[in-house]
Design a binder for this molecule. Structure first.
Ligand code: ADP
Length: 550
């Protein structure tokens, strides 16, 4: 070992711990008048600012201390995107407790499993989710009390929920005189379970340090690019991977926040976008589908909206083109996962790409993009050997970085890293400029005669047909090739297309041997708790399907 490593000269800068409470303190002090607007479960619009948010977060922190909440205790939420949920984000993590956001779209049995596994002490919930709380309370003996996020007069007259409190009572009864505790930045701040499409859900336990670093990196111009000039509407829920970090990065940058509450239909979203002069948003493709359908039907245009981040599943190129060309909205395609806080990559252009024509630029923007500084990635073959970056050869995608999981909560699943890298379960290519493109999830890839067929490409072609609303491609049994692609299609309302026409539409767009062996038209696709198509359900449903080629 060199003498440099033995006796480093230490820097002489402050080592102030990076804590989540610092974000809301900063927003209060420097952007105190900037607005937070919420469409509430109650039906009305609520408006206040970062200063008032901070005051109420401190009152809630005092309330939690009064309830006996200690450092490291898990406090659960079942809530939409709204100002009270934001207050909980800061009150819980700021106090040194752990904010456990639960996805209300999960089955109540799974919610109870997660709450028990996390050993949640209290649960805060929106009125909408009263039926869920009523269903799980008897199965969650560890939860000491339930806080309904409403005024007292909204509490149910009769119920079997132990120790049920009204959120506004707690706020009213407590003072805003609270000093955020200072502790190790590596302490746990929040907990989010994966959706558990395979096996039981597992918890990703974020730290204050990982959250702050993720907030810095995701705010960069080639990331989410959030600034004090933005009005940000996170459609992506605060109950799944912290709304892609926007409840942290918006206050960090002083951006106005607009919360849609439970109203995620096209009409409600469009009205809020216009009313609150939204400039930036983020969500999964299925959300944009609803909004764009509503806008097309009513011949509407955005007046202020200029940029959106789309991720969670591949953004169909047809959707990206509609947003870019018909509505003038810049689309940043991003990729990440619960285990990555979640952001890993985003697709934006480099100087040399500015000379390309629109089709050339679109081809780059369709990729999942470049890593944010802090994340490192590589692709490997099945033997773990690294694969070159030629933009064509695909392999298993591995990542590492300071906001990427090291091990699951309670060490579920044991050591998950491979040589210090986290295996994402995605299959991807990386090109010579470092742009990554996902071809599939490894469990969705179709294995045809020893070769792989990526389903995302096939689905993207299908949804670019004017009569197709949604498409999913799955592998079904074939006696000669093991598996062949079956395309499942949901048609647009009133549109017509035949199986033969659709298959012909693939001509010249994909390799001949990738062509689906058959097409089945269905009424709708099953969606999981995070808005993704449940391919395992489809595989189960079509497992005995006999292909005409078989
Ligand atoms: P889950 O709990 O289902 O894993 P995540 O939200 O963590 O939920 O899902 C992460 C996965 O979603 C990624 O591993 C990847 O397969 C998929 N994904 C996310 N963003 C994209 C994208 N832009 N394109 C394609 N797939 C994506």
């Amino acid at each position: 070992m060199s003498s440099y490593a033995m006796s480093p000269l230490m820097g002489q800068m402050m080592s102030k711990p990076m804590l989540i409470s610092g974000l809301i303190e900063h927003a209060d002090r420097y952007f105190g008048n900037n607005e937070i607007v919420s469409r509430r479960v109650e039906g009305d619009i609520h408006r206040y600012n970062y200063r008032e948010c901070h005051q109420r977060a401190k009152k809630l922190a005092n309330a939690l201390a009064g309830l006996g909440v200690k450092m490291g205790d898990r406090i659960a939420t079942l809530a939409w995107n709204g100002y009270r949920h934001l207050e909980a984000y800061y009150a819980v993590s700021g106090s040194g407790a752990v904010l456990h956001t639960i996805n209300p779209r999960l089955h109540p049995e799974q919610i109870a499993y997660i709450a028990n596994h996390a050993e949640d002490q209290y649960l805060l919930f929106d009125m909408t989710f009263l039926p869920i709380v009523q269903a799980i309370a008897a199965h969650c003996p560890g939860i000491k009390g339930y806080i309904m996020m409403c005024d007292r007069d909204k509490l149910p007259a009769e119920h079997k929920i132990p120790n049920l409190m009204a959120y506004e009572d707690l706020i009213e009864a407590n003072s805003a005189d609270f000093n955020w505790p200072v502790f190790d930045e590596n302490s746990a701040s929040s907990l989010c379970y994966t959706s558990g499409t395979t096996g039981n859900p597992k918890g990703a336990l974020y730290s204050h340090r990982s959250t702050i670093l993720h907030s810095y990196a995701s705010s960069l111009p080639d990331g989410l690019n959030v600034s004090a000039r933005d009005s940000v509407l996170p459609v992506v829920p605060m109950f799944h991977v912290n709304a892609w970090g926007l409840p942290y990065s918006a206050p960090l940058n002083g951006a106005k926040l607009v919360f849609p509450g439970p109203h995620l239909d096209g009409k409600s979203l469009f009205e809020l976008f216009e009313q609150e002069k939204v400039t930036f948003s983020a969500g999964v493709p299925t959300v944009w589908l609803g909004l764009l359908t509503y806008m097309a039907q009513n011949n509407l245009k955005f007046s202020t909206f200029k940029r959106t981040v789309i991720g969670g599943s591949a953004c169909p190129p047809a959707m990206m083109k509609t947003l870019r060309h018909t509505y003038g909205v810049e689309v940043v395609h991003a990729w990440g996962m619960t285990e990555m806080s979640p952001l890993g990559t985003a697709a934006t252009l480099m100087t040399k790409h500015l000379e390309l024509d629109d089709a050339g630029q679109q081809a780059i923007l369709e990729k999942q993009g470049h890593v944010l500084y802090g994340v490192d990635m590589k692709i490997v073959d099945d033997a773990g050997k690294e694969i070159g970056w030629d933009g064509k050869t695909y392999g298993n995608l591995l990542v590492k970085g300071p906001w990427i999981i090291q091990s699951y909560f309670k060490n579920e699943g044991g050591d998950v890293l491979e040589d210090g890298w986290f295996p994402t379960g995605d299959v991807a290519t990386i090109d010579a400029d470092g742009y990554m493109q996902i071809t599939d999830r490894s469990k969705d890839v179709i294995k045809s005669g020893g070769e792989w067929i990526g389903t995302i490409d096939l689905e993207n072609v299908a949804v670019s047909h004017p009569a197709v609303l949604q498409a999913a491609c799955i592998g079904v049994f074939h006696p000669k090739w093991d598996e062949r692609p079956l395309l499942l299609v949901v048609k647009k309302a009133g549109a017509e297309v035949s199986k033969e026409e659709l298959l012909q539409f693939f001509d010249g767009k994909v390799a001949k041997w990738w062509l689906p062996d058959d097409v089945v038209f269905i009424e709708g696709l099953p969606l999981g708790a995070t808005g993704k198509i449940l391919k395992n359900k489809l595989r189960e449903q079509f497992k005995d399907y006999k292909l005409p080629t078989a």
